[in-house]
Design a protein around this ligand. Structure first.
Ligand code: GDP
Length: 210
């Protein structure tokens, strides 16, 4: 997939105020500081598109970006661009949020994920530097309970040795096997090295044209 353009559209406090659900939508979510903004910027090839929130936990909004892409094998001038939405969701796992902020986040995320009719896939970001974290596994198990489609994206793979990354990826997938019969598709990425970009974009392209 070739990204033709990507631009910020709107930030919405709840799913009802999101743009008209008239095109496929892909959401990105993970713990704060997991590398979500960096990954989104890497995918759309624009280092300034997604901004990291200055105040963790305060920006509880659903952020829509409008993306236009071309398939890898396009005929210049003939192939139509495919429009889709990329959504940057507020992260979980902030230590300093109040009980009421947490509840507000949960309600907004649950409503968005379960009611947004054009949502094709959720990319759940996991930091490849760490051993499996309960908060990530809980979130994923919740997605399972809601029967929502998702992929796992391991981030920051350049920060540790390949051996360490493989160990953490395996440990995470093994932890999932305790409750999951089939594992979802997973990607190992590095925003610095642009690693995993082609595979994620191919996945989106295949969903868009399915
Ligand atoms: P967010 O809070 O999840 O949006 O995370 P950011 O994208 O702002 O990243 C958090 C920190 O991790 C920043 O200092 C980034 O520069 C760093 N970071 C993110 N992705 C990568 C990566 O792939 N490799 C390395 N080495 N650092 C990364």
């Amino acid at each position: 997939m070739i990204i033709k353009s990507a631009k910020y559209l709107i930030s919405s406090p709840d799913f009802q105020q999101c743009p008209k659900p008239d095109r496929p939508e892909y959401a990105f979510i993970g713990r704060s500081n997991v590398g979500k903004s960096s990954l989104i910027n890497m995918l759309v090839d624009n280092q300034k598109l997604a901004k990291t929130s200055g105040t963790p936990g305060k920006t509880q909004l659903i952020n829509h970006f409008e993306v236009e892409s071309l398939p890898d094998k396009h005929v210049p001038g003939k192939t139509q661009t495919t429009p889709w939405y990329l959504v940057d969701l507020p992260g979980y796992g902030f230590a300093k949020v109040s009980q009421s902020q947490r509840k507000q986040w949960e309600t907004m995320i649950e409503n968005y994920l379960r009611k947004r009719e054009n949502l094709v896939n959720i990319f759940v970001l996991i930091d490849s530097r760490h051993a499996p974290q309960k908060v990530d596994l809980d979130f994923i198990n919740q997605l399972g309970a809601w029967e929502l489609p998702f992929c796992i994206v391991f981030t920051k793979a350049d920060k540790e040795s390949q051996k360490e990354v493989s160990k953490n990826v395996k440990a995470f997938l093994d932890a999932m096997r305790k409750t999951w019969q089939f594992l979802p598709q997973s990607f190992v990425t590095s925003a610095i090295k642009k690693m995993g970009r082609d595979k994620i974009l191919l996945f989106i392209d295949q969903c868009n044209t399915a």
